[in-house]
Write a protein of this length. Structure first.
Length: 288
């Protein structure tokens, strides 16, 4: 791929501005696409229940706003999230498959995936075996994902590429294509556990791969931007990319997600500003 042209195009699309009504709609749409995430060793059932309440009602004072798409947590906390989210429309997502490294035998990774689905997870976020990709063992990485796809059953499978470790945009595109061929429902940028996480060029590469895959197979695959998406401005830039490359039909939580832990309050502040002309105070909204 032409890296310079790709990065220039991503930068140019990022400069597009949205009119007031369109911007408010886009902010609310971005809110509906958030996978509200906590992946810390100190996570507790109480922390997860609080996050679930936040996902269901992002602004406790405004029931007109959409709920988040999902709450993403570690496997041990899946039952807590399932109970808290039952009947709300917010989905339970869990990382599995030796997250974040993926460096365990595939039978153990598949067992973990089956376990979180058995405990009620609607979605499973797994990591592609980057070591295999970097060593040129594409068949090994593909076979690994086939096992995880089978283990996930009817659950939505998101495959994390960890774009910051793949080295080139060609490698990112190759990983995305491989994951989709193995049955991924979403391709995702990053675990959020390394400094080089989501970026506009990385997402642009993935969106273009999704477009090519759809044209070749007729199957629609989603994209999830995760890692470093912390402001409403960041979120809107990603939505512009999605609209430009894949069209408005991909502007749905079914086909685009944003993995975030701190994004929601900035979205809420910008929505309040669009509706009232006045910024909310930072302490007007809960702190996760």
């Amino acid at each position: 791929m032409d890296a310079v042209a790709l990065e220039e195009r991503a930068a140019a699309l990022a400069t597009r501005s949205l009119k007031r009504e369109t911007k408010t709609w886009a902010l609310e749409t971005a809110l509906s696409m958030v996978d509200l995430t906590t992946l810390e060793g100190a996570d507790t059932p109480g922390r997860v229940r609080s996050l679930c309440r936040r996902a269901v009602r992002p602004d406790p004072g405004d029931p007109s706003l959409p709920h988040a798409a999902a709450v993403c947590i570690y496997p041990s906390l899946v039952p807590t999230a399932v109970e808290a989210l039952r009947g709300t429309g917010v989905r339970t997502a869990a990382v599995a498959g030796a997250f974040p490294s993926g460096q365990s035998p595939v039978r153990l990774k598949a067992a973990e995936v089956r376990g979180v689905v058995a405990r009620g997870a609607d979605e499973v976020d797994v990591v592609i075996r980057r070591g295999a990709l970097l060593a040129g063992d594409y068949q090994g990485a593909f076979d690994d994902l086939l096992r995880l796809r089978d283990a996930a059953g009817e659950a939505t499978l998101k495959v994390i590429l960890e774009v910051g470790e793949l080295g080139t945009w060609d490698a990112v595109r190759r990983a995305a294509m491989l994951a989709m061929a193995a049955g991924a429902d979403f391709v995702k940028t990053s675990t959020g556990k390394i400094a080089r996480a989501s970026s506009l060029p990385a997402v642009l590469v993935m969106l273009e791969a999704v477009r090519e895959f759809h044209e070749a197979t007729g199957r629609r695959v989603g994209v999830k931007a995760a890692g470093g998406v912390g402001t409403a401005k960041d979120a809107l830039r990603y939505l512009v990319l999605v609209h430009e490359v894949l069209g408005p039909e991909w502007l749905s939580p079914d086909l685009f997600r944003i993995g975030a832990s701190t994004l929601v309050n900035d979205l809420l502040m910008q929505i309040r500003k669009g509706r009232t002309g006045v910024y909310a105070a930072t302490d007007d909204f809960p702190v996760d």
